[in-house]
Design a protein around this ligand. Structure first.
Ligand SMILES: NC(=O)c1ccc[n+]([C@@H]2O[C@H](COP(=O)([O-])OP(=O)(O)OC[C@H]3O[C@@H](n4cnc5c(N)ncnc54)[C@H](OP(=O)(O)O)[C@@H]3O)[C@@H](O)[C@H]2O)c1
Length: 257
C-alpha cells in the first residue's frame, strides 16, 4: 500500500486524519516539529494496526523544508499516493504586534512550503494509479479578517491555489481537494494567541478534530474540489459572500481585537 504523507500529523486535525487513514489501510508518513509526539503516535499506530508509520521532526516554516521532506521520502523510497498539506497556524492581534520575520515565517509554512511540497510531489503522484492532494484552508479563506489579516490572506491563497490546480489536473489521475474548517477544538487558538472574545466565539461553534478529519477524508476520496465543514460554517461563508464587506469585516474585527 502506498503512503499518505501528512504535514502537521502530531496533533489536532492532522493527527485525526492520520488515525482515519490508518483505519482505511494506509501506511503513514508524518511530519511536524515535535519529535516526542510523533514518536508516541507512530508507536501507538503501529502497535494498534501493524501499519507502517514513519515520522520526520522538521520545522516546515524554514526555507528548504519542503526539499528536506522530499529528500527523506526519496532516500527511503517511500511511495506516496496521498499528500496532505495540513500544518499551519495563525497570528491573531494587530498586524504590528508581530515582527516582519514572524509574519514571513507563518506565510512560509501556510503558503510557500505547501506550494513547494505540492510541486515536488506532483510527478510522483501522477505515477500512481490514483493520487490525492488535500490542502487545509479555513472559513477565513472566504473573507478578510482584521486582527488575523495575514492568516486569512494565506488561507485565501490556499483555496484559490487548490481550485486552480484542481482544474489544471482534472483530466489526470490526481485530484486536489481544499477543505475549509471553521472553529475546531485543537491547539490552534493557543498558537494563534486568540483572545477571550475569539475563544468564546470559537467555543460556541467548535467542531471536533475527528469530525473535521472524517469530512476531509471523505471529500478527498470523492475528489471534491472544495468543502466547508459543518452547516454553521457553510452559513458563515455564505453570509461573508452575501453581505457588504464592511459589515462582515467589522464583525470579525470585534471578535479578534
Ligand atoms: N482549529 C481551527 O479552528 C482551524 C480552523 C480552520 C483551519 N484550521 C487549519 O487546520 C490546520 C491544522 O491545524 P489544527 O487546528 O489541527 O492546529 P494544531 O492542533 O495547532 O495542529 C497544527 C499541526 O501543525 C504542525 N505545525 C505547526 N507549525 C509547524 C511547523 N512550523 N513545522 C511543522 N509542523 C508544524 C503542528 O505540529 P508541531 O507543533 O509538532 O510542529 C501540528 O501537528 C491548519 O492549517 C490550520 O490553519 C484550523
Amino acid at each position: 500500500m502506498p503512503f499518505a504523507l501528512i504535514t502537521g500529523g502530531s496533533k489536532g486535525i492532522g493527527k485525526a486524519i492520520a488515525e482515519i487513514l490508518v483505519g482505511r489501510g494506509y501506511d503513514l508518513l508524518l511530519v511536524a516539529r515535535s519529535a516526542d509526539a510523533l514518536e508516541k503516535i507512530s508507536t501507538e499506530i503501529h502497535s494498534a494496526s501493524k501499519r507502517k508509520c514513519h515520522w520526520l521532526a522538521l520545522d516546515l516554516a524554514k526555507e528548504q523544508a519542503a526539499e528536506a521532506v522530499f529528500e527523506w521520502v526519496n532516500e527511503n523510497q517511500f511511495e506516496v499516493s496521498i499528500l496532505i498539506n495540513n500544518a499551519g497556524y495563525g497570528l491573531s492581534g494587530s498586524f504590528e504586534n508581530y515582527s516582519a520575520e514572524e509574519h514571513a515565517e507563518m506565510l512560509g509554512l501556510n503558503i510557500i512550503t505547501l506550494t513547494k511540497l505540492t510541486r515536488l510531489f506532483l510527478p510522483l503522484l501522477l505515477k500512481q494509479r490514483a493520487g490525492y492532494i488535500l490542502n487545509i484552508g479555513s472559513t477565513a479563506s472566504y473573507q478578510a479578517v482584521p486582527m488575523l489579516s495575514t492568516y486569512a490572506a494565506s488561507k485565501a491563497y490556499v483555496l484559490s491555489f487548490s481550485r486552480g490546480l484542481y482544474r489544471e489536473l482534472k483530466k489526470t489521475n490526481v485530484s486536489v481537494t481544499c477543505v475549509c474548517p471553521g472553529p475546531t477544538d485543537t491547539n490552534f487558538v493557543n498558537r494563534a494567541h486568540i483572545g477571550p472574545k475569539g475563544r468564546k466565539a470559537a467555543e460556541r461553534f467548535n467542531m471536533s478534530p475527528q469530525n473535521v478529519a472524517m469530512i476531509s477524508v471523505e471529500s478527498l476520496f470523492r475528489k471534491k474540489p472544495e468543502v466547508i465543514t459543518g452547516v454553521m460554517n457553510k452559513f458563515s461563508a455564505f453570509f461573508a459572500w452575501l453581505l457588504p464587506k464592511g459589515i462582515v469585516e467589522g464583525v470579525a474585527m470585534k471578535i479578534y481585537d
